[in-house]
Ligand binder design. Sequence first.
Ligand code: GLN
Length: 501
Amino acid sequence: MQAGKLYELTIHEAHELLRSRQISSLELTKSVLMRIAEVDGSVRACVTVAEDAALQEAKKVDHYINAGQEISPLAGIPVLIKDVICTRGIRTTCSSKMLENFVPPYDATVVERLKAQRAVILGKTNMDEFAMGSSNEHSAFFPTHNPWDLSRVPGGSSGGSAVAVSTDEALYALGTDTGGSIRQPAGFCSVVGLKPTYGRVSRFGLVAFASSLDQIGPLTKDVTDCALVMNAIAGHDPRDSTSACHPVPDYTRHLVPDIKGLKLGIPREYLVEGTQPEVRAALEKAIDRLRELGADIDWDVSLPHTKYGLAAYNIIAPCEASANLARYDGVKYGYCAGSAGSVIEATERTRQLGFGPEVKRRIMLGTYALSAGYYDAYYLQAQKVRTLMKQEFDRAFEKYDALVTPTSPTVPFKMGDRLDDPMAMYLADVCTLPVNIAGIPAISIPAGFAEDRSPSPGSGPGQGLPIGMQIMGKPFDEGTLLRIAFAYEQATYWHKRRPPI
Ligand code: GLN
């Protein structure tokens, strides 16, 4: 491989080359940093690049390798981290003015685990402010662009992470998913994104949005890499009281290209009104492929409570957000708009100036729904719906090994198109958020491209826009999702396509 193109490697390819000393981590890291310098001006995936620290860590890894030590699968491999995950000594902004200058004194557990494997942390990726959004347009700093068409959104809120992986600005990235924020941008950018079972990956050091829904997960170039990252980050953490004790398998053992006899259901409610014909066509083709590979497909599946998912999510998430974000008062840490006037006036000013419009909208919604007299009507009701949705999934999984849906009803939309219409924006997640409500795992994998009928600057001729397929599974059964995803990936070439940038 040409030295300058090392950034194109996957984790498993790079690991082999590092282990056999055909390349060094320093070369690899320099190549990726060069790639960031080359393309990030156009896509703007990164908020912070910690170049010196990354180069130093790469040199250390090389030292180990040269001393003949065995290295772990992520050693010496450059990674970018969503800017909502705390990194000691590296600014963690949540793409908010509120935390613009916040440098955490500690690492999130996932970051500790990556560091224990000697991963090379390159920096932090852009996102919707406090992970609230579906397009990255709610970043307080700048929007991120979709590399398949720069005039379109990359999805959100982990848009920076998805873009970075698809443009080779990192070999992989971490994202977070509260209602779809790993899977939806993965689908929009044609990369692999996994939202693990609630409790599978520690949330310690993840800046909280909606604590009962948030999960950290990988965004990778292929399914094998996804399994490798899961091996590193999954597992119990005593510092997160919601972290599960469930044993962690070696996820790479599930990477067998054989899905014969697996029962896959296609719940009809996920082909919602407004699903673009291109998305439906791609899904149908993908499902045909799964059938050819030996899966037993059932199109006659109904999950009738799905239609309440959006409403339940838009009560539960803002309620939890309003409680979690109460800590930003200009006193403890983060932005402070000055101490003039009373304490209440100072806090009000800080929150007025420190939070963007979407965050304020959620705080107001949540505070309202939790207030006396409304709690029962909204929050409690939403929690009941949540139980019903969970039970519905449990019943479906008695019959099916996994459920297959589009990741999003549409291809990436134009920047600005939904910014003034929060309801249209929230629709981008209809297919993903039931998964968080039920706490189950789901993966999005590249499943085709729609030809762009309205060519715009940045979209090469016939390049088309990415379409993702979502596979939902039983709690703690990420292994089966990886197996199905791997089998499909081996039989297709979508993951090999790179954006025209
Ligand atoms: N897009 C959804 C929202 O705006 C989900 C966000 C997320 O998963 N963090 O809340």
